[in-house]
Design a protein around this ligand. Structure first.
Ligand SMILES: Cc1cc2nc3c(=O)[nH]c(=O)nc-3n(C[C@H](O)[C@H](O)[C@H](O)COP(=O)(O)OP(=O)(O)OC[C@H]3O[C@@H](n4cnc5c(N)ncnc54)[C@H](O)[C@@H]3O)c2cc1C
Length: 509
């Protein structure tokens, strides 16, 4: 193939970018280092007979965008099932809060435990809803002037009472924000658990945005792909091939050749050279531009990128096959539909973050669970279940190394589960782990970081990965960057993929 558009990496962002290029009639080849596509949107039989998501399990952001509709992904097999309630706080002391898509139903649930806390949560959402609506166009990649009036209206709504207080709130770490705005750990714990799930620490200035993001789950819901996150990958691959594009797996890129200020080719490990008219990288942008690009990005742009941060705090996953759902005392139908938060106290999360940053396996271990087999019967044998446990504050580099700490991770996770669902240990049929060292080695995520770079305010939106590179273009002609480390954000969003493709298409006109 000569002169194709090459996309490096077949995660969902790479596949989205490739679909938009193919839709515009271009020849597209996606090269993927693993023998299967999907990256962080994969579902595999990690325990024989039981299918688990390896990473992403709940897709929120992509469902705020037009991408599924523009690419007609439903026509290519995409089938999202809503998780409602999107989250249930399963406190060890038996208290429960059910966070439904409906704000009213959520307030009723909180009021069962504490009417005053329900009122505080209502006031919190009164600020959070317009704030989320204000940043929505950036998350969706809608930068047109059409979005502006709506943004102004929503910003005014968010700021209308006590504007300086709201500005201060937005700049705060979410640890401080939640202490000020919610009255107890009844809701602080689970709201913080969701914010942590985004990969931001409780004491990071500006991290408040991720606590305010709670409103986005009420506005847009959380979604499970039928069959797992793989459903999104399969639909994207199917759409791409129907448009004439190609995905080539087991094709790791070793070098991106550039000369005379223009991208020329990608060279695979083993030496095969693929001539490219353009290249979009949909992998870690630091790896792409500082390690693979030949010659590497230099000057101020290179130095700026080299300085982009990733912390030592990432995620670790334990997959558990069981012969029944975890039996939470006082459980109600629907309690297993969404995320089940096991973070009882904000203090525990903040202390866990500090421990993980210092290379320790946190104690107590913050944890959340998904039980997708409760809403999708294709994941486990009839009557049996898949319990996905994730620690959002796991150290990338752990004291003693992950090989030595894997069993501790499993035991601590099962202890946390047992404390909420007594007897659950006797239902366990199999266990598998997916630790940061494996994510680093298998997925090629430096440090096992699923967003590649921290998603702090100064590395978000047009500042992601850096201000100079925040528009998906690079100083090298024909070379674009995409993926979780680029504008606007990480996670299952698709926006970085679509916007990189749009930048390329605009430049080709
Ligand atoms: C435990 C956990 C839970 C998560 N849960 C959620 C969730 O519920 N919701 C959510 O929105 N997000 C979640 N995330 C984050 C999400 O999975 C990632 O941010 C997202 O998958 C990144 O997508 P991407 O397409 O940008 O990159 P990736 O999915 O990382 O894809 C990049 C691809 O590039 C390939 N590649 C790398 N190097 C090369 C190379 N040299 N040559 C060729 N190919 C290469 C990789 O193999 C991979 O397939 C979670 C992450 C973790 C770890």
């Amino acid at each position: 193939m000569a002169g194709v558009d090459v996309v490096v990496g077949a995660g969902h962002n790479g596949l989205v970018a490739a679909c938009y290029l193919a839709l515009a009639g271009r020849d597209v080849l996606v090269v993927e280092q693993l023998d299967r596509p999907g990256g962080g949107s994969r579902t595999e039989e990690t325990i024989p007979g039981y299918r688990f998501d390896l990473h992403s399990a709940a897709h929120n952001i992509i469902n705020m965008t037009d991408i599924p509709v523009e690419l007609d992904l439903a026509g290519a097999g995409l089938d999202y099932v809503e998780m409602d309630p999107f989250s249930v706080a399963v406190h060890a002391d038996g208290r429960r809060v059910r966070f439904h898509r409906s704000i009213e139903a959520t307030l009723e649930s909180i009021a069962e435990e504490s009417p005053s806390e329900a009122a505080a949560y209502r006031r919190f959402l009164d600020t959070a809803v317009p704030l989320v609506r204000t940043v929505l166009p950036a998350i969706r990649g809608d930068t047109s002037a059409r979005a502006l009036p709506g943004q102004v209206v929503n910003a005014v709504r968010a700021l209308r009472h006590q504007p300086l207080t709201t500005v201060r709130d937005v700049l705060s770490p979410y640890d401080s924000l939640l202490r000020r705005r919610l009255s107890s750990d009844l809701t602080r714990g689970p709201v913080a658990a969701f914010a942590a799930h985004a990969g931001v620490g409780p004491t990071v200035p500006g991290g408040a945005l991720y606590a305010f993001w709670q409103a986005a789950y009420h506005l847009f819901g959380q979604w499970h792909g039928r069959g797992g996150a793989q459903n999104l990958t399969d639909a994207l691959v199917s759409r791409l091939t129907s448009l004439g594009g190609e995905v080539r797996c087991s094709a790791p890129v070793e070098r991106i050749e550039a000369g005379g200020g223009r991208v020329r080719a990608v060279v695979l490990e083993g030496g095969e050279r693929i001539e490219a008219s353009t290249v979009i990288t949909a992998i870690d942008p630091k790896t792409a531009l500082l390690d693979l690009l030949d010659p590497p990005l230099d000057g101020e742009a290179g130095a700026d990128l080299a300085a982009a941060r990733r912390s030592n705090v990432v995620q670790a996953v334990v997959h558990v096959a069981t012969d029944r759902l975890p039996a939470y005392p006082g459980g109600r139908p629907g309690d297993w539909n969404g995320l089940q938060s096991y973070v009882d106290r904000l203090d525990d999360l903040s202390s866990a973050w500090a421990q993980a940053e210092a290379g320790l396996l946190p104690d107590p271990l913050p944890l959340y669970a998904f039980t997708p087999s409760a809403i999708d019967d294709g994941l486990a044998p009839p009557g049996q279940h898949t319990v996905y446990l994730a620690c959002p504050a796991a150290p990338s580099r752990v004291d003693g190394g992950w090989a030595a700490r894997r069993d501790d991770l499993v035991e601590r996770s099962l202890d946390v589960l047992e404390a909420r669902a007594p007897g659950v240990r006797s239902s366990v049929l199999g266990v598998a782990t997916w630790t940061p060292d494996e994510m680093e080695r298998v997925e090629r995520w430096p440090g096992g970081h699923p967003m590649y770079l921290d998603i702090a305010l100064d590395q978000l939106g047009p500042f992601r990965p850096t201000k100079r590179l925040g528009g998906w273009r690079t100083p090298v002609g024909g070379l674009y960057i995409s993926g979780a480390g680029t504008n606007p954000t990480g996670g299952i969003a698709g926006t970085p993929g679509r916007q990189a493709a749009r930048a390329l298409l605009a430049d080709q006109k």
